[in-house]
Design a protein around this ligand. Structure first.
Ligand SMILES: Cc1cc2nc3c(=O)[nH]c(=O)nc-3n(C[C@H](O)[C@H](O)[C@H](O)COP(=O)(O)OP(=O)(O)OC[C@H]3O[C@@H](n4cnc5c(N)ncnc54)[C@H](O)[C@@H]3O)c2cc1C
Ligand code: FES
Length: 365
Protein backbone atom coordinates (compact mmCIF):
# COMPACT_ATOMS: atom_id res chain seq x y z
CA UNK A 1 0.00 0.00 0.00
CA UNK A 2 2.81 2.39 1.00
CA UNK A 3 4.63 1.62 -2.26
CA UNK A 4 1.45 2.24 -4.29
CA UNK A 5 0.82 5.58 -2.57
CA UNK A 6 4.46 6.63 -3.11
CA UNK A 7 4.27 5.72 -6.82
CA UNK A 8 0.98 7.63 -7.19
CA UNK A 9 2.45 10.72 -5.44
CA UNK A 10 5.64 10.71 -7.56
CA UNK A 11 3.63 10.19 -10.78
CA UNK A 12 1.30 13.07 -9.88
CA UNK A 13 4.22 15.41 -9.08
CA UNK A 14 5.89 14.48 -12.40
CA UNK A 15 2.63 15.07 -14.31
CA UNK A 16 2.11 18.48 -12.64
CA UNK A 17 5.73 19.48 -13.41
CA UNK A 18 5.32 18.37 -17.06
CA UNK A 19 2.11 20.43 -17.40
CA UNK A 20 3.79 23.46 -15.78
CA UNK A 21 6.75 23.15 -18.13
CA UNK A 22 4.44 22.93 -21.17
CA UNK A 23 2.42 25.92 -20.00
CA UNK A 24 5.59 27.89 -19.25
CA UNK A 25 6.91 27.06 -22.69
CA UNK A 26 3.65 28.15 -24.36
CA UNK A 27 2.87 31.28 -22.38
CA UNK A 28 6.08 32.59 -20.83
CA UNK A 29 8.83 31.69 -23.27
CA UNK A 30 9.05 34.26 -26.03
CA UNK A 31 11.65 33.46 -28.62
CA UNK A 32 10.62 36.26 -31.01
CA UNK A 33 11.25 36.00 -34.73
CA UNK A 34 13.75 33.34 -35.80
CA UNK A 35 15.38 32.73 -39.18
CA UNK A 36 15.56 29.30 -40.75
CA UNK A 37 18.30 29.08 -43.40
CA UNK A 38 17.68 26.10 -45.69
CA UNK A 39 20.51 24.55 -47.75
CA UNK A 40 22.46 27.79 -47.42
CA UNK A 41 20.15 29.54 -49.92
CA UNK A 42 16.50 29.89 -48.87
CA UNK A 43 15.57 31.86 -45.77
CA UNK A 44 12.28 31.72 -43.86
CA UNK A 45 11.24 33.89 -40.95
CA UNK A 46 9.12 32.26 -38.28
CA UNK A 47 7.75 33.02 -34.82
CA UNK A 48 9.95 30.97 -32.43
CA UNK A 49 8.51 28.30 -30.16
CA UNK A 50 6.98 25.87 -32.65
CA UNK A 51 8.46 22.66 -33.96
CA UNK A 52 10.82 22.91 -36.92
CA UNK A 53 8.38 20.73 -38.88
CA UNK A 54 5.39 23.04 -38.42
CA UNK A 55 7.49 26.21 -38.83
CA UNK A 56 8.69 24.89 -42.19
CA UNK A 57 5.14 23.92 -43.17
CA UNK A 58 3.97 27.46 -42.36
CA UNK A 59 6.64 28.63 -44.83
CA UNK A 60 5.34 26.18 -47.48
CA UNK A 61 8.29 23.81 -47.07
CA UNK A 62 6.84 20.33 -46.59
CA UNK A 63 8.82 17.59 -44.83
CA UNK A 64 7.41 14.04 -44.86
CA UNK A 65 5.69 13.41 -41.54
CA UNK A 66 3.62 10.25 -41.88
CA UNK A 67 2.73 10.07 -38.16
CA UNK A 68 1.69 13.72 -38.19
CA UNK A 69 4.39 14.90 -35.79
CA UNK A 70 3.89 12.32 -33.02
CA UNK A 71 7.56 11.34 -33.08
CA UNK A 72 6.90 7.76 -34.11
CA UNK A 73 7.51 7.45 -37.88
CA UNK A 74 11.00 8.98 -38.18
CA UNK A 75 10.10 10.23 -41.69
CA UNK A 76 10.75 13.87 -40.75
CA UNK A 77 14.55 13.73 -40.46
CA UNK A 78 16.51 16.82 -41.51
CA UNK A 79 20.10 17.90 -40.89
CA UNK A 80 20.28 20.71 -38.33
CA UNK A 81 23.68 22.34 -38.75
CA UNK A 82 23.23 25.13 -36.20
CA UNK A 83 20.73 26.31 -33.63
CA UNK A 84 18.68 23.18 -32.94
CA UNK A 85 19.67 22.73 -29.29
CA UNK A 86 20.49 19.32 -27.83
CA UNK A 87 19.05 16.09 -29.27
CA UNK A 88 15.97 15.13 -27.20
CA UNK A 89 15.37 11.74 -25.58
CA UNK A 90 12.29 11.33 -27.83
CA UNK A 91 14.55 11.46 -30.92
CA UNK A 92 17.29 9.10 -29.77
CA UNK A 93 15.55 5.77 -30.53
CA UNK A 94 15.21 6.83 -34.19
CA UNK A 95 18.74 8.14 -34.85
CA UNK A 96 21.74 5.93 -35.67
CA UNK A 97 25.26 6.74 -34.46
CA UNK A 98 26.10 7.98 -37.95
CA UNK A 99 22.99 10.21 -38.09
CA UNK A 100 23.87 11.70 -34.72
CA UNK A 101 27.37 12.50 -36.04
CA UNK A 102 25.76 14.01 -39.17
CA UNK A 103 23.52 16.29 -37.02
CA UNK A 104 20.31 14.61 -38.19
CA UNK A 105 17.22 15.49 -36.12
CA UNK A 106 13.51 14.69 -36.07
CA UNK A 107 12.05 17.99 -37.23
CA UNK A 108 8.76 17.33 -35.39
CA UNK A 109 10.61 17.15 -32.06
CA UNK A 110 13.22 19.87 -32.56
CA UNK A 111 11.87 23.33 -31.58
CA UNK A 112 12.81 26.60 -33.25
CA UNK A 113 14.05 28.81 -30.40
CA UNK A 114 16.81 30.73 -32.19
CA UNK A 115 18.16 31.22 -35.73
CA UNK A 116 18.69 27.81 -37.22
CA UNK A 117 20.49 26.34 -40.25
CA UNK A 118 19.23 23.18 -41.85
CA UNK A 119 19.79 20.94 -44.87
CA UNK A 120 17.00 19.08 -46.67
CA UNK A 121 16.94 17.00 -49.88
CA UNK A 122 16.51 19.31 -52.89
CA UNK A 123 13.43 17.39 -54.13
CA UNK A 124 11.46 18.55 -51.08
CA UNK A 125 11.39 22.05 -52.61
CA UNK A 126 9.03 20.54 -55.23
CA UNK A 127 6.53 19.30 -52.65
CA UNK A 128 3.46 21.51 -52.68
CA UNK A 129 0.23 22.04 -50.82
CA UNK A 130 -2.83 21.25 -52.95
CA UNK A 131 -6.47 22.30 -52.64
CA UNK A 132 -8.89 19.75 -54.01
CA UNK A 133 -12.61 19.04 -54.11
CA UNK A 134 -14.10 15.66 -53.25
CA UNK A 135 -15.54 14.32 -56.49
CA UNK A 136 -16.52 10.89 -55.24
CA UNK A 137 -16.46 8.78 -52.08
CA UNK A 138 -17.12 5.13 -52.84
CA UNK A 139 -17.60 2.37 -50.27
CA UNK A 140 -15.39 -0.48 -51.45
CA UNK A 141 -16.09 -2.49 -48.28
CA UNK A 142 -17.57 -1.65 -44.85
CA UNK A 143 -14.10 -0.43 -43.81
CA UNK A 144 -12.44 0.86 -47.00
CA UNK A 145 -13.45 3.93 -49.00
CA UNK A 146 -12.12 5.13 -52.33
CA UNK A 147 -11.75 8.89 -52.30
CA UNK A 148 -11.48 10.67 -55.66
CA UNK A 149 -10.30 14.28 -55.46
CA UNK A 150 -10.33 16.88 -58.23
CA UNK A 151 -7.36 19.21 -57.86
CA UNK A 152 -8.19 22.91 -57.90
CA UNK A 153 -5.04 24.79 -56.82
CA UNK A 154 -2.56 23.83 -58.27
CA UNK A 155 -4.74 22.09 -60.87
CA UNK A 156 -2.28 19.29 -61.61
CA UNK A 157 0.15 17.07 -59.69
CA UNK A 158 3.23 15.21 -60.89
CA UNK A 159 4.20 12.10 -58.93
CA UNK A 160 5.80 8.68 -59.24
CA UNK A 161 3.48 5.68 -58.99
CA UNK A 162 3.98 4.33 -55.45
CA UNK A 163 4.38 7.70 -53.73
CA UNK A 164 2.06 9.11 -51.07
CA UNK A 165 0.49 12.43 -50.04
CA UNK A 166 -0.41 13.81 -46.62
CA UNK A 167 -4.09 14.61 -46.19
CA UNK A 168 -5.12 17.25 -43.67
CA UNK A 169 -7.89 16.35 -41.22
CA UNK A 170 -9.37 19.64 -39.99
CA UNK A 171 -11.12 20.29 -36.70
CA UNK A 172 -14.50 18.58 -36.47
CA UNK A 173 -16.89 17.64 -33.70
CA UNK A 174 -14.95 15.29 -31.44
CA UNK A 175 -11.55 16.34 -32.85
CA UNK A 176 -9.79 19.44 -31.58
CA UNK A 177 -6.48 19.14 -33.45
CA UNK A 178 -5.58 19.53 -37.11
CA UNK A 179 -3.48 16.57 -38.25
CA UNK A 180 -1.85 15.33 -41.43
CA UNK A 181 -1.83 11.61 -42.31
CA UNK A 182 -0.08 9.75 -45.12
CA UNK A 183 -2.11 8.08 -47.89
CA UNK A 184 -0.63 6.36 -50.94
CA UNK A 185 -1.74 7.54 -54.34
CA UNK A 186 -3.88 4.80 -55.85
CA UNK A 187 -4.52 6.40 -59.24
CA UNK A 188 -2.57 6.70 -62.47
CA UNK A 189 0.24 9.25 -62.53
CA UNK A 190 -1.03 10.25 -66.00
CA UNK A 191 -4.36 11.36 -64.49
CA UNK A 192 -2.77 14.62 -63.33
CA UNK A 193 -5.94 16.58 -62.49
CA UNK A 194 -7.28 13.98 -60.04
CA UNK A 195 -5.99 11.72 -57.33
CA UNK A 196 -7.55 8.62 -55.79
CA UNK A 197 -6.85 7.30 -52.30
CA UNK A 198 -7.97 4.09 -50.57
CA UNK A 199 -8.68 4.91 -46.94
CA UNK A 200 -9.29 2.21 -44.34
CA UNK A 201 -11.28 2.97 -41.19
CA UNK A 202 -9.35 2.93 -37.89
CA UNK A 203 -11.76 3.11 -34.90
CA UNK A 204 -11.28 6.49 -33.16
CA UNK A 205 -8.60 7.43 -35.72
CA UNK A 206 -8.63 11.19 -36.31
CA UNK A 207 -8.18 11.29 -40.09
CA UNK A 208 -10.04 8.09 -40.97
CA UNK A 209 -13.05 9.19 -38.87
CA UNK A 210 -12.97 12.49 -40.77
CA UNK A 211 -12.97 10.69 -44.12
CA UNK A 212 -15.42 7.92 -43.20
CA UNK A 213 -17.92 9.89 -41.10
CA UNK A 214 -17.67 13.57 -42.04
CA UNK A 215 -16.35 14.12 -45.57
CA UNK A 216 -18.91 14.59 -48.37
CA UNK A 217 -18.74 15.05 -52.15
CA UNK A 218 -18.20 18.74 -52.91
CA UNK A 219 -16.14 19.38 -49.75
CA UNK A 220 -12.76 21.06 -50.10
CA UNK A 221 -9.69 19.25 -48.74
CA UNK A 222 -6.02 20.10 -48.40
CA UNK A 223 -3.11 17.75 -48.93
CA UNK A 224 0.61 18.07 -49.51
CA UNK A 225 3.06 15.89 -51.37
CA UNK A 226 4.15 13.85 -53.20
CA UNK A 227 6.59 12.00 -50.96
CA UNK A 228 8.44 8.73 -50.73
CA UNK A 229 10.91 6.48 -52.48
CA UNK A 230 8.57 3.53 -52.98
CA UNK A 231 8.35 3.37 -56.79
CA UNK A 232 9.03 0.92 -59.60
CA UNK A 233 12.72 0.59 -60.39
CA UNK A 234 13.83 0.57 -64.02
CA UNK A 235 15.46 -2.88 -64.17
CA UNK A 236 15.14 -6.10 -66.17
CA UNK A 237 14.18 -8.10 -63.07
CA UNK A 238 10.88 -9.94 -62.75
CA UNK A 239 8.44 -8.31 -60.36
CA UNK A 240 6.59 -9.45 -57.25
CA UNK A 241 3.87 -7.06 -56.02
CA UNK A 242 2.44 -7.83 -52.58
CA UNK A 243 -0.27 -5.97 -50.69
CA UNK A 244 -2.72 -6.48 -47.87
CA UNK A 245 -5.84 -4.32 -47.33
CA UNK A 246 -5.37 -0.67 -48.27
CA UNK A 247 -1.76 -1.57 -49.15
CA UNK A 248 -3.32 -2.15 -52.58
CA UNK A 249 -3.26 1.63 -53.17
CA UNK A 250 0.33 2.18 -54.38
CA UNK A 251 0.35 -1.20 -56.15
CA UNK A 252 -2.71 -0.11 -58.17
CA UNK A 253 -0.86 3.04 -59.21
CA UNK A 254 2.18 0.94 -60.20
CA UNK A 255 -0.07 -1.35 -62.29
CA UNK A 256 -1.44 1.69 -64.16
CA UNK A 257 2.17 2.73 -64.82
CA UNK A 258 3.12 -0.75 -66.08
CA UNK A 259 0.15 -0.62 -68.44
CA UNK A 260 0.79 2.88 -69.78
CA UNK A 261 4.55 2.31 -70.20
CA UNK A 262 4.13 -1.19 -71.62
CA UNK A 263 6.22 -2.78 -68.86
CA UNK A 264 5.12 -6.31 -69.64
CA UNK A 265 7.76 -8.34 -67.75
CA UNK A 266 6.74 -11.41 -65.78
CA UNK A 267 4.97 -10.16 -62.67
CA UNK A 268 3.26 -11.84 -59.70
CA UNK A 269 0.66 -9.88 -57.75
CA UNK A 270 -0.23 -11.37 -54.34
CA UNK A 271 -3.11 -9.67 -52.51
CA UNK A 272 -4.32 -10.62 -49.04
CA UNK A 273 -7.68 -9.83 -47.41
CA UNK A 274 -9.61 -11.27 -44.48
CA UNK A 275 -13.00 -12.06 -45.95
CA UNK A 276 -14.61 -11.84 -49.37
CA UNK A 277 -16.03 -8.38 -48.66
CA UNK A 278 -12.48 -7.17 -47.92
CA UNK A 279 -11.33 -8.38 -51.35
CA UNK A 280 -11.84 -4.89 -52.74
CA UNK A 281 -11.63 -3.92 -56.42
CA UNK A 282 -11.44 -7.61 -57.38
CA UNK A 283 -12.71 -7.12 -60.97
CA UNK A 284 -10.44 -4.09 -61.43
CA UNK A 285 -7.36 -6.01 -60.33
CA UNK A 286 -8.31 -9.14 -62.30
CA UNK A 287 -8.69 -6.98 -65.42
CA UNK A 288 -5.01 -5.97 -65.23
CA UNK A 289 -4.26 -9.58 -66.24
CA UNK A 290 -5.97 -8.83 -69.60
CA UNK A 291 -3.97 -5.62 -70.06
CA UNK A 292 -0.59 -6.98 -68.90
CA UNK A 293 -0.11 -10.36 -70.52
CA UNK A 294 2.68 -11.50 -68.15
CA UNK A 295 0.92 -10.45 -64.93
CA UNK A 296 -0.77 -13.02 -62.72
CA UNK A 297 -3.06 -11.87 -59.88
CA UNK A 298 -3.35 -14.18 -56.84
CA UNK A 299 -5.86 -13.11 -54.16
CA UNK A 300 -5.89 -14.97 -50.84
CA UNK A 301 -8.30 -14.76 -47.88
CA UNK A 302 -7.09 -15.28 -44.32
CA UNK A 303 -10.54 -15.76 -42.72
CA UNK A 304 -13.21 -16.54 -45.33
CA UNK A 305 -16.71 -16.86 -43.85
CA UNK A 306 -19.01 -19.72 -44.71
CA UNK A 307 -21.33 -17.44 -46.66
CA UNK A 308 -18.39 -16.27 -48.79
CA UNK A 309 -18.34 -19.71 -50.48
CA UNK A 310 -14.71 -18.97 -51.28
CA UNK A 311 -13.01 -21.67 -53.30
CA UNK A 312 -9.71 -19.82 -53.81
CA UNK A 313 -6.56 -19.80 -51.68
CA UNK A 314 -6.86 -19.50 -47.90
CA UNK A 315 -3.97 -18.23 -45.78
CA UNK A 316 -1.57 -15.31 -45.92
CA UNK A 317 0.44 -13.66 -48.68
CA UNK A 318 3.53 -15.45 -47.34
CA UNK A 319 1.83 -18.75 -48.29
CA UNK A 320 1.52 -17.50 -51.87
CA UNK A 321 5.25 -16.70 -51.93
CA UNK A 322 6.06 -20.23 -50.76
CA UNK A 323 3.65 -21.67 -53.34
CA UNK A 324 4.50 -19.67 -56.46
CA UNK A 325 8.06 -18.34 -56.22
CA UNK A 326 10.78 -20.88 -56.96
CA UNK A 327 13.98 -18.88 -57.38
CA UNK A 328 13.76 -15.21 -56.42
CA UNK A 329 17.41 -14.37 -57.10
CA UNK A 330 16.57 -12.38 -60.24
CA UNK A 331 13.41 -10.77 -58.91
CA UNK A 332 12.50 -7.57 -57.13
CA UNK A 333 9.58 -7.13 -54.76
CA UNK A 334 7.28 -4.22 -53.85
CA UNK A 335 5.38 -4.63 -50.57
CA UNK A 336 2.74 -2.58 -48.83
CA UNK A 337 0.83 -3.22 -45.62
CA UNK A 338 1.21 -3.31 -41.85
CA UNK A 339 4.57 -3.59 -40.06
CA UNK A 340 3.87 -7.22 -39.12
CA UNK A 341 2.95 -8.11 -42.71
CA UNK A 342 6.09 -6.43 -44.08
CA UNK A 343 8.36 -8.20 -41.59
CA UNK A 344 6.99 -11.69 -42.30
CA UNK A 345 6.88 -11.09 -46.06
CA UNK A 346 10.47 -9.81 -46.26
CA UNK A 347 11.56 -12.97 -44.42
CA UNK A 348 9.60 -15.24 -46.80
CA UNK A 349 11.06 -13.44 -49.84
CA UNK A 350 14.62 -13.73 -48.53
CA UNK A 351 14.10 -17.46 -48.04
CA UNK A 352 13.24 -17.67 -51.75
CA UNK A 353 16.48 -15.89 -52.63
CA UNK A 354 15.12 -12.39 -53.35
CA UNK A 355 18.07 -10.09 -52.49
CA UNK A 356 17.27 -7.81 -49.54
CA UNK A 357 18.33 -4.74 -51.53
CA UNK A 358 15.71 -5.63 -54.19
CA UNK A 359 12.85 -5.57 -51.66
CA UNK A 360 11.07 -2.20 -51.45
CA UNK A 361 8.23 -1.42 -49.08
CA UNK A 362 6.00 1.14 -47.37
CA UNK A 363 4.85 0.31 -43.85
CA UNK A 364 1.42 1.77 -43.10
CA UNK A 365 1.73 1.75 -39.30
C1 LIG B 1 3.77 5.92 -46.17
C2 LIG B 1 2.40 5.62 -45.63
C3 LIG B 1 1.34 5.42 -46.50
C4 LIG B 1 0.06 5.13 -46.01
N1 LIG B 1 -0.94 4.90 -46.91
C5 LIG B 1 -2.17 4.56 -46.45
C6 LIG B 1 -3.23 4.26 -47.40
O1 LIG B 1 -3.06 4.31 -48.62
N2 LIG B 1 -4.45 3.93 -46.87
C7 LIG B 1 -4.68 3.88 -45.52
O2 LIG B 1 -5.82 3.59 -45.12
N3 LIG B 1 -3.69 4.16 -44.61
C8 LIG B 1 -2.46 4.50 -45.06
N4 LIG B 1 -1.47 4.80 -44.15
C9 LIG B 1 -1.82 4.89 -42.71
C10 LIG B 1 -2.36 6.31 -42.42
O3 LIG B 1 -1.31 7.25 -42.60
C11 LIG B 1 -2.88 6.50 -40.98
O4 LIG B 1 -1.90 6.08 -40.06
C12 LIG B 1 -4.16 5.76 -40.69
O5 LIG B 1 -5.14 6.09 -41.66
C13 LIG B 1 -4.70 6.11 -39.29
O6 LIG B 1 -4.88 7.50 -39.20
P1 LIG B 1 -5.90 8.15 -38.17
O7 LIG B 1 -5.62 9.61 -38.08
O8 LIG B 1 -7.30 7.78 -38.53
O9 LIG B 1 -5.57 7.40 -36.82
P2 LIG B 1 -4.76 8.01 -35.56
O10 LIG B 1 -5.60 9.08 -34.95
O11 LIG B 1 -3.39 8.35 -36.01
O12 LIG B 1 -4.67 6.74 -34.63
C14 LIG B 1 -5.65 6.41 -33.67
C15 LIG B 1 -5.25 5.13 -32.98
O13 LIG B 1 -5.24 4.03 -33.88
C16 LIG B 1 -3.97 3.40 -33.95
N5 LIG B 1 -3.73 3.13 -35.37
C17 LIG B 1 -3.24 3.99 -36.29
N6 LIG B 1 -3.19 3.40 -37.51
C18 LIG B 1 -3.65 2.15 -37.35
C19 LIG B 1 -3.86 1.07 -38.23
N7 LIG B 1 -3.55 1.17 -39.55
N8 LIG B 1 -4.39 -0.06 -37.72
C20 LIG B 1 -4.71 -0.15 -36.41
N9 LIG B 1 -4.53 0.84 -35.52
C21 LIG B 1 -4.00 1.97 -35.98
C22 LIG B 1 -2.99 4.42 -33.41
O14 LIG B 1 -1.89 3.78 -32.78
C23 LIG B 1 -3.84 5.19 -32.40
O15 LIG B 1 -3.86 4.55 -31.19
C24 LIG B 1 -0.18 5.06 -44.62
C25 LIG B 1 0.89 5.28 -43.73
C26 LIG B 1 2.16 5.53 -44.22
C27 LIG B 1 3.28 5.71 -43.25
S1 FES C 1 6.65 13.34 -38.11
FE1 FES C 1 6.72 11.27 -37.53
S2 FES C 1 8.52 11.23 -36.29
FE2 FES C 1 8.39 13.26 -36.88
Amino acid sequence: MTILISVAVITSIAAVLAIMLTLANSYIANYGECKILINGEKECITEGGSSLLSSLRDSQIFIPSACGGKGSCAYCKVKVLAGGGPVLPTELPYLSEQELRDHVRLSCQCKVKENIKIEIPEELFNVKEYKAVVEKIQNLSPTIKLLRLKLSDPAEITFKAGQYVQLKAPLYEGNDEEVYRAYSLASSKNDKGFIELLIGYVPNGICTTYVHKHLKPGDEVLFNGPYGDFYLRDTVKEIILIAVGTGMAPIRSILYQMESEDIDKRAFYFFGARTLEDLVLYEDMKDFENRLSNLKYYPILSRPREEDQWTGDVGRVTDLIKQHIEDGSNMEAYLCGSKAMIESTVEALKQKGVPEEAIYYDKFD
